[in-house]
Design a protein around this ligand. Structure first.
Ligand SMILES: Nc1ncnc2c1ncn2[C@@H]1O[C@H](COP(=O)(O)OP(=O)(O)O)[C@@H](O)[C@H]1O
Ligand SMILES: [Mg+2]
Length: 254
């Protein structure tokens, strides 16, 4: 099992990148995949053609609130992690033909929910063992990842946009990963679709992380997103898709 995490500032193309990695792994016969939307924006589902409401599924935060906070954690006997794990299996996990999907959601926000956080982490560690790849669409803050989801990942992909802030984001994200104790094998930088091509090597030299290449600007992808169409159905000729395949090959995926 490998855990891939995609981070970057809002609007850099994180969710699209996650969807295209999923397309690549699916087409390469690498199922079963688990996609986890941990970004409060919550647009990954639509990008892979999933409608959680229609499927009668709830987000993890909704399940945590109903399990531990509204019920006050009064259920006796069953350990918290098992309680939330069985809820996730029955009411949270969207099971598709080619991939499964989970949304972390926003209902349960800041504050010290130490018990639910610990229970969730244990539940996810057990649940993710069933997959070959787990792809996480993450917000910038890796501290959330460690507190709620996992402290051990394989590859982190930080997407750069054209602003100077994007470079600062990389440094900050790397520092936070160290500070909050996330362990990882690789920390990669990827040029987002608005990132200037010629800045790639400069970014690598300045930031000292391996630069995997740039996600190509793709008008068709943007049209799909606007129309709410699944990016998994983009034609193989899609330039963004072709660039993501190259990026994944450079990162050693197939
Ligand atoms: N390769 C691309 N080419 C053109 N537009 C893109 C590309 N990737 C993403 N976009 C557009 O940029 C916007 C933000 O993309 P998204 O993946 O939602 O970013 P994030 O998840 O980082 O906020 C969307 O409107 C999307 O259509
Ligand atoms: Mg997003």
């Amino acid at each position: 099992m490998k855990i891939l995490v995609v981070i970057g500032r809002g609007g850099t193309g994180k969710s699209s990148f996650v969807a295209l990695i999923a397309k690549y792994l699916i087409e390469a016969g690498q199922a079963p995949l688990l996609l986890v939307d941990a970004d409060p924006d919550q647009n990954l589902a639509e990008m892979v053609g999933v409608d959680l409401k229609e499927a009668g599924k709830q987000t993890i935060s909704e399940l945590l609130v109903s399990t531990f906070i509204e019920q006050g954690g009064t259920t006796i006997g069953i350990p918290p992690s098992e309680r939330i794990e069985s809820k996730i299996w029955t009411s949270g996990l969207f099971e598709g033909d080619r991939f499964d999907f989970l949304a972390v959601g926003t209902k349960w926000v800041e504050g010290c929910y130490c018990m639910p956080n610990a229970a969730l982490k244990a539940a996810l560690e057990s649940l993710t063992k069933n997959y070959k790849y787990v792809l996480i669409d993450s917000p910038a803050g890796l501290e959330h990842l460690n507190r709620r989801i996992t402290s051990k990942v394989n590859d982190i992909f930080d997407i750069l946009d054209h602003s100077k802030k994007s470079f600062d984001h990389v440094k900050r994200a790397y520092r936070i990963a160290q500070e909050v104790g996330i362990t990882f094998d690789n920390f990669y930088i990827v040029g987002g679709y608005r990132f200037p091509q010629d800045l790639g090597r400069k970014a690598e030299a300045a930031l000292k992380f391996k630069y995997l290449g740039k996600i190509a600007y793709d008008e068709q992808l943007d049209e799909y997103v606007l129309a709410g169409k699944s990016l998994l159905t983009l034609p193989s000729a899609s330039v963004a898709y072709a660039s993501v395949k190259e990026i994944m090959k450079i990162a050693g995926y197939l």
